[in-house]
Design a protein around this ligand. Sequence first.
Ligand SMILES: [Fe+2]
Length: 275
Amino acid sequence: MDEENTLSRKTVLRAALAAGVAAPVALIGGPALARTTAAGGQAPELTPSCHDGDEPTIEQTEGPYFKPNSPERTDLVTPGTQGTRLTVSGYVFGLACRPVNRALLDFWQADVNGAYDSVGYTFRGHQYTDAQGAFRLSTIVPGLYPGRTRHIHVKVQAPGRPVLTTQLYFPNEPRNNTDTIFDARLLMTVRDNGSAKEGAFDFVLDVPQGPTTSAPPSSAPPSSTPPGGTTWAAGTTYAAGARVTYGGQGYVCLQGHTAQPGWEPPSVPALWRAE
Ligand SMILES: [Fe+2]
């Protein structure tokens, strides 16, 4: 298979963007899990093909704690804020694999004790992507509250388009296995940076962006199994370190899980890293 066909549109866009603009924090100092580079390290094509399984980011329930009219700010940390510092950065893309400028992102989350501020706007804030489609939130790791795993709520909206309401999750959280709302497709990649944490997630919005490429429209089917790995299959339990192939691309499992439809390796970079 042509190497180009193994690249995700997010990978391609990221590499192109990173080459031309200041890299977000999560790109500095080594590859974050979601930020794989082209196999072999070759420069990617600047016009990506959208046929690798990158579907629009899925919706999730808003929950009971959303409040409209949050302040515009990228930093939710104030003097005296308790908790582990966390940055969440990434991009917002549309269906043609291009960044969405001025996309609105409205975040809300619990404090370190798992409580939402229903009176004021603590840990609530909205911001807009820049011309490269990038966003960056400064906050803390949200606390746990009964019945849920750790998560951050967000609404994302391209200008003049419908709102996507969803949630972001943290890898390696024990409650990810019991929270019925949890979905691995919404896992951030998270790494430590000293005492702080750096999360990354890219949104794909179901918004048209003009003419698309003439690339094949669907993801490549799984290919025959090469030596050293089995073909990914839903229902299989994978341990960290397991190797599979999907669409002709090799992947290594980053954390143990039982695969489900929709959790194909290209769709869950927090679970699988392309090799
Ligand atoms: Fe919540």
